[in-house]
Design a protein around this ligand. Sequence first.
Ligand SMILES: [Zn+2]
Length: 198
Amino acid sequence: MKIICTRCKTVMGEQKPYKDSTEIKATCTACIEKAKEEAARFVPEPEPRDGQEITLENGLKGTLWVAKDKKGKLSFGEMVVSGKKFYCLSNGREKFQAYLGGLTGEEADVSLLHSITCKIDPPLRGRRKKQDPPKTEEPKKDESIHYNCTIRVPKHYIQLMFDDMAERMDKVAKILAEAVLKTYREESKTAQLSLDKP
Ligand SMILES: [Zn+2]
């Protein structure tokens, strides 16, 4: 009887009775490794493009755009409503609400940070034209690309977005504060212990 790999049909071995032509199905180590590799393969999402239209988790459609300068680079927790930037924290809610109320129309544009991708320098040698002067070392710039997403939504929805983000930011702030407190407590405990030692 032959032991055959079901995937690649390699004969892995033989066993008694040798005259029996029945195949014993198995998987060879190479195929097991290959299957593992395939399962672990990372399939990244397609890279965002400038001007790309995307559908957000909540079904809203937005447009992606690249932040060209420092001002346009938003961080998590920030929100631009009709051109004004806000940092979403619950203690800024009233101010935000007043601003939103002062806007004309039922809808407004909201921009949020969508994603950040890291740019890898393309090989210069192949791309540089002959007449270009040789490149001198430039100071390292921030190579990341910030993609923002802009959506047009009803004003009441913008308030919900702010509240949702503020809640998350408050949680983050709380976690950070707790971590600091914990470290402080542990440190003072250690200090106390070393003081207690005779
Ligand atoms: Zn195989």
